[in-house]
Write a protein that binds this ligand. Structure first.
Ligand SMILES: [Zn+2]
Length: 505
């Protein structure tokens, strides 16, 4: 290469839930759609509104004093939702290809990707994107990072020189993984050579069993760490749990090895770890708490018979494509007169507007799901008092949103009997105490807290609720983790735990 290496910076993030409405260009433009130099400007902000791998990647190259010419092209992402609209996906790929051609010759590419995207006419658009990038750049080093809930295809792994997935769930290591990718690119640009290998298991665990703090997935991750620590030939060993609701033939927990020693070494490393996980598969079976039992627990909390507890409305996690508007558990809390509960966050822009029109301190008939009633989000009215109103601008305080600028749209905190319900306009999972604190609410004073989140809330709320005081409630919705209730069409079968007799290899 002549002069400084030219490193392209790309990002595309969507976790697709096949059962949710399609994700549109507007969904991406609302959350994150950065082109060209704007990517570098955002990445250097104190609280960037973008996937944190990108600032992690850039600041690591800065820290290393590595001289390069950045070619920022496109970084975009939407909240988890349905498949991306095909036309918009193809426009993004065309924009990336065009940016790589104009910015060329490209010496290396970093792609920050979620890895569980589907498109309305393509079940493996991430693979399509990786292939298009490879076609553009020839043999130049290409390093990609993905979310721990990625669904991996051979096309994705076959096109990269090094592959890195998050190692934490809740995800708090995005910056670190971006930094790791920067080091791999530096090594590859200095002449390092690598080989990748993918092993996918017929295993689609429900998300509630994919925590890295404890349990079988934590053990798998520890196994990967130990193998990497003991083998300088192993550049990376990643374990992705997958996102079962994408409903694709490439679903399944997968292990990816990046080796400095050769293809056989990469394959052997991936297989050894995959074997250990497969032998452990029964530990991925998990029981949830029925709503009726959860209500009894919340009542015990309210009466002081039980320590304050956090309840996860697992069936309606906006972080997995849920709409944030299901009412079954909320209605049960109201109907049973449970007190001292802080509930966040119900996604209903109409209701937030209604509260803003009333003003703080006013009492009115709050109409939930007035405009958007659906199978899980039923319409109902109840008397409520407006306790607080905000414009929804907040910087995350802890966990997955820590240090990130968030826009919840106009919000309201409504007092309904003994409950305080935070209502937001934008769809975002309640993973940070800031969602309550921005309304002047003190979580330390709640008898219990209910969150529309599946697992990421743990990293935000653990200062109040250690793992023993977390209850995962079996609620209906687009992300209900009881897989045999879902009408999957494209999953590879047999697959564990839907088919308990699935075999591998
Ligand atoms: Zn994830």
């Amino acid at each position: 290469m002549a002069g400084m290496p030219r490193i392209a910076i790309l990002g595309m993030h969507l976790e697709s839930n096949a059962f949710a409405p399609p994700s549109t260009a507007a969904d991406f433009k609302r959350l994150c759609f950065l082109e060209g130099p704007a990517i570098l400007v955002e990445a250097r902000k104190a609280a960037p509104a973008m996937p944190l791998e990108i600032p992690g990647f850039i600041s690591e190259l800065d820290r290393l004093g590595f001289a390069y010419e950045p070619i920022p092209v496109l970084v975009t992402g939407a909240e988890p939702g349905g498949p991306i609209e095909q036309v918009f996906f193809e426009a993004c790929v065309a924009q990336i290809v065009d940016g790589l051609r104009r910015g060329g010759p490209i010496d290396a590419v970093y792609l920050s990707n979620h890895g569980a995207m589907t498109a309305t006419a393509d079940l493996d658009p991430d693979g399509t994107l990786y292939s298009a990038i490879r076609e553009c750049i020839g043999p130049a080093p290409f390093v990609a990072s993905v979310d721990l809930h990625a669904n991996l295809s051979e096309r994705m792994i076959g096109n990269v020189d090094a592959f890195v997935s998050y190692r934490t769930n809740p995800h708090v290591d995005q910056r670190e993984r971006g930094a790791e990718c920067a080091r791999h690119i530096v090594e590859l640009l200095s002449g390092g050579r690598t080989w990748t290998s993918l092993v996918r298991l017929p295993l689609t665990p429900a998300f509630v069993s994919l925590l890295t703090g404890q349990g079988p997935y934590a053990d798998a991750m520890a196994g990967a760490e130990a193998r990497m620590a003991g083998d300088a030939g192993l550049m990376n060993l990643s374990v992705v749990g997958g996102f079962v609701f994408s409903d694709t033939p490439k679903n399944g927990l997968a292990v990816v090895a990046t080796s400095r020693r050769g293809p056989d070494h990469a394959r052997a490393e991936a297989r050894v770890l995959a074997h250990a996980i497969w032998s452990d598969r029964r530990r991925f079976l998990r029981q949830l708490t029925p709503i009726r039992e959860a209500i009894a627990m919340a009542q015990a909390c309210a009466d002081g018979r039980r320590d304050p507890t956090i309840f996860a409305d697992t069936g309606d996690n906006p972080g997995g494509g849920g709409r944030g508007n299901t009412t079954e558990f909320l209605r049960a809390l109201i109907d049973n007169g449970v007190t001292g509960v802080m509930y966040g966050n119900f996604v209903d822009g109409d209701l937030a507007d209604q509260a803003h029109a009333q003003g703080c301190g006013k009492t009115f008939f709050a109409e939930f799901n007035r405009r958007d009633e659906d199978a899980f989000g039923r319409r109902f009215s109840v008397q409520a008092r407006v306790a607080a109103l905000t414009d929804g601008q907040v910087v995350g305080r802890r966990g997955v949103y820590g240090g990130r600028s968030l826009d919840l749209g106009p919000t309201a905190a409504l007092e309904i009997g003994g409950l305080t319900v935070v209502v937001s306009t934008s769809r975002k999972q309640c993973a940070d105490p800031a969602f309550f604190e921005m309304h002047g609410l003190d979580i330390g004073k709640a008898s219990s807290v209910v969150v529309k989140s599946r697992g990421h809330f743990r990293a935000g709320f653990d200062e109040y609720f250690p793992p023993g005081r977390v209850v995962e409630v079996d609620t209906p919705g687009l992300t209900a983790p009881v897989l045999d209730r879902i009408g999957f069409r494209n999953l590879p079968r047999p697959v564990f735990p839907l088919d308990l007799d699935a075999v591998w290899p």
